[in-house]
Design a protein around this ligand. Structure first.
Ligand SMILES: Nc1ncnc2c1ncn2[C@@H]1O[C@H](COP(=O)(O)OP(=O)(O)OP(=O)(O)O)[C@@H](O)[C@H]1O
Ligand SMILES: [Mg+2]
Length: 304
């Protein structure tokens, strides 16, 4: 059985006089033990989906099984999963150690709490800071604590809602190392993000926008399934290169990326020269896939 299975899972919110679907008939299958990315822009419905899957918000319609338990039993779901929410909600007036102990005491028998807290302190390199108040931690350390509180009771599935927001690149890499280490132990990690480079790190991902899943697959399969031809050009003058690229027949889009011009085309342009330079074919990126899907396009393969 998969770690998560949803069937037409939906949530409507009243906005003005209307009931608007912010999550619209979501069908997801998340295999056990993988890092599953949930990629979508602001307002796409990521947090709402996670809150439903954690048993915090009741779906308007549809069903789901989370860690083998029906969402109709939200309390059992809550005890079987870990949830690090977007608001970095640790208790600021409690020390790091007290935060962990408090969370562990909700779901673990008394005799197991001490060992569980020590395990997280050690594994997340938090031992040195155990007495520090959570409110005094920097953003990266607070996120690390939040991840610790999400897994202190040894759940088989954890939900991380944008765990690396406001974390610097080194802290971000460290958090990802911890995420992988959990996955290597068989824990399923469901992680939302709007960063493409984080989506690349996931074993599988779903792209969502306006409450709908646009596609689901491995990062590689999603990139490969993006239709069109993609090129890179390194002109001496970027803005001239961009202008020339946009004037080519069949060019769908052209944009500047770092010190090069990237472009996508409906037809092959392999031998084409622009501004005295040859176009270099490149693989579409995840961003290319996402932009294509979000603007109403579809992917090449029927099933990814
Ligand atoms: N309690 C609520 N009442 C009404 N509308 C809501 C409520 N919660 C969320 N929404 C709306 O639902 C939509 C989806 O919000 P959600 O927070 O799930 O998006 P998100 O993908 O997590 O975005 P972000 O990347 O900004 O965190 C948004 O338009 C939001 O304004
Ligand atoms: Mg959110």
């Amino acid at each position: 059985m998969n770690a998560i299975e949803t069937q037409n899972l939906s949530k409507n919110y009243r906005i003005g006089r209307q009931q608007i679907p912010v999550v619209d008939k979501l069908n997801l299958n998340v295999p056990k033990g993988i890092v599953f990315g949930f990629l979508g822009p602001n307002g796409a419905g990521k947090t709402t989906t996670i809150r439903m899957l954690c048993g915090v918000t009741k779906p308007s319609s549809g069903t789901a099984t989370v860690a083998g338990i029906s969402l109709k039993e939200p309390d059992s779901v809550k005890a079987s999963i870990g949830y690090a929410n977007q608001a970095a909600s640790v208790y600021h007036d409690l020390s790091l150690e007290e935060n962990l102990r408090f969370k562990a005491s909700i779901y673990l028998p008394r005799s197991e709490i001490k060992a569980a807290v020590e395990d997280v302190l050690e594994r997340f390199s938090l031992t040195e800071h155990r007495k520090v108040l959570a409110g005094q931690l920097s953003g990266g350390w607070r996120q690390r604590l939040l991840l610790g509180t999400a897994m202190v009771h040894h759940p088989s599935l954890i939900f991380l809602d944008e765990p690396t927001a406001n974390v610097d690149p080194i802290g971000r890499r460290e958090l990802w190392d911890l995420i992988y280490s959990l996955s290597l132990e068989g824990v399923t990690v469901f992680v939302s993000t709007h960063y493409m480079e984080e989506a690349e790190r996931c074993h599988q991902l779903a792209m969502i926008a306006s409450g709908k899943v646009l596609a689901q697959g491995t990062p590689e399969s999603l990139r490969r399934a993006t239709p069109g031809y993609f090129y890179r050009l390194e002109p001496d003058n970027l803005s001239e290169g961009l202008k020339a690229a946009r004037q080519l027949d069949d060019v769908r889009d052209a944009w500047i990326s770092s010190n090069s011009v990237r472009l996508s085309s409906l037809s092959p342009l392999h031998e084409t020269e622009l501004e005295g330079k040859q176009l270099e074919p490149v693989m579409p990126s995840l961003e290319d896939s996402f932009v294509h899907l979000a603007s109403g396009g579809s992917l090449k393969e029927a099933s990814l």
